[in-house]
Write a protein that binds this ligand. Sequence first.
Ligand code: ACO
Length: 333
Amino acid sequence: MTTLGIAITGSGGATPDTSLDNDTLSQIVETSDEWIATRTGIRQRCLSGPEMPLSDLAAAAAREALEMAGLNPSEVDLVVLATSTPDDLFGSASRVQHSIGASQAVAFDLTAACSGFVFGLVTVAQFLRTGVYRNAVLIGADILSRWVDWSDRRTCVLFGDGAGAVVLQSTTEEEGLLGFELRSNGAQNKSLTLGYEPQAQALVEGLEVSQGNYGRIAMNGQEIYKFAVKKVPEAIEKALFRAQLTNADLDWLLLHQANQRILDAVAKRLNVPSEKVISNLARYGNTSAASIPLALDEAVRSHQIQTGDTIAASGFGAGLTWGAAILKWGGSV
Ligand code: ACO
């Protein structure tokens, strides 16, 4: 039996039309463009209005990816939506599946915060490698502005909204996922949360249920910074080892776009020169599960990333979760 590999054949991205720059943000909380830009590299972020469903953003990115791959939506077998901010807690992937016309596809959500895209990529790859599905769309999409505490200057300056997508197809030709490493550590869960806040409601005498709401994003920035700078290079090294490659074989380092200082520190530890580090966070901030596919799509469409390039992608964030995947880009614009 032939072993199937996966090919990454298309990418797409979508962001809301409205953007908020650091100067305007300074009218909301006590901060400045200078503080935000020097500590994070972020200059502005796109924000979704109240009328914008996450599934619309996700579907827009998915359509672009399908178009680049030259794949008809009716040929899609699997749609995976990596998100922490669904329109519906029961899941939003089916809405995306319907919206893009992937009528034959099975669709489900996957939650791993800012690691969601990398976790999703490895999950989808398992279905393609076994041959049960041939064509898949993986979307990373988040509207974190719904859950940001807009009075907390330590977090509200960091996040933005967006969606990115890729098409993954089974192949007997060149392999597109060369190695990976996925990790979780719930012991550090409290460092970054968006938790349910229970509120007791009595149904009858002696019987209470919880009818609470989700709170707001709470983060220990320094803990997350230390975690990312230590764990991300380790994960990439492991994924490279499994791919039988070294840092020198990488064309691009494509990290979750959390903070320019994290990108720089990880690149330095891995000895990857800055010109190989993909960065678009100045314009979008941290878009959680969307950040890697959104940056990938921009780099592909601007002809930075070329067919056959080797990319180390790494996501990290709440959970805590982190992971790395060594990819070969197989699409063409
Ligand atoms: N504007 C002005 N001052 C600020 C701001 C702000 N926006 N935010 C914090 N400060 C102040 C603090 O109040 C503090 O002042 P104090 O010393 O008087 O108390 C001072 O700046 C330093 O604060 P720190 O929190 O120590 O700042 P730090 O240098 O650690 O930078 C930052 C904060 C940018 C958040 C950094 O810790 C970081 O990037 N951490 C990683 C965060 C991250 O990537 N999170 C996303 C993970 S992905 C996911 O899963 C969602």
